[in-house]
Design a binder for this molecule. Structure first.
Ligand code: ZN
Length: 206
């Protein structure tokens, strides 16, 4: 269910601008209404409100059709903040406090709200999970090569740009993660992944 959860690390290399920054900054009431209604109808905002409520967060309107949920208590999803629909949720006492630590994170999270609109709501979640896996294969990091995170702005989200690696290296790293403890899984992974050199001594890893 998670997407867009962020470690509250200081941004590296300045704030940066999200490709969706212009939309955040320039959207008039008409577009904001389309987003608000769209994310209700595609069920992402009701889901976000339910998740926030189940996590014990305090929920309040945030303007621009957004909902802000603060003081989220559950450990999952981990990170400084996450967004579902037009609901921006944080485990921090307040989003203002989080913004102080990670300047630009609110703009980053609002960028995700547009993604729910154009990705038809809850379909965003499996798409995000797939892109997160792809990012891990390419970089060993779940966000750095994730299209949605890049579009929302890596730096603003508190992420750093990780160097790319060959996909085959990523597959070897995944195999290596599976190999040490479970013999059955290791053997199956070795066959399925067609890891060059087998699952032992694979390079990379996270
Ligand atoms: Zn994000």
């Amino acid at each position: 269910m998670t997407h867009g959860s962020h470690d509250p690390r200081p941004p590296a290399g300045g704030r940066g601008r999200s490709p969706l920054s212009a939309l955040n900054a320039g959207a008039g009431w008409g577009l904001l209404l389309v987003r608000a209604i769209g994310n209700w109808l595609n069920l992402s905002t009701p889901t976000g409100l339910a998740v926030a409520a189940l996590g014990g967060a305090r929920i309040r309107p945030g303007g621009r059709g957004l909902w802000l949920a603060e003081g989220y208590r559950h450990r999952f999803p981990a990170g400084g903040a996450f967004t579902i629909g037009t609901v921006i949720t944080t485990a921090s006492p307040s989003l203002a406090e989080l913004e102080d630590r990670v300047p630009g994170v609110l703009e980053h999270e609002e960028a995700h709200t547009w993604q729910y609109t154009y990705a038809c709501g809850l379909l965003y979640l499996p798409a995000y999970a797939a892109l997160m896996g792809w990012s891990w294969l390419r970089t060993g990091d779940r966000a750095s090569a994730n299209f949605f995170e890049r579009q929302a702005g890596l730096t603003a989200g508190g992420y750093v740009e990780a160097p790319r690696r060959d996909v085959r290296d990523g597959v070897r790293a995944a195999c290596a993660l599976m190999s040490p403890r479970r013999g059955t899984l290791s053997r199956a992974a070795g066959r399925r992944c067609a890891c060059a050199g087998g699952t032992r001594g694979a390079g990379g890893g996270a």
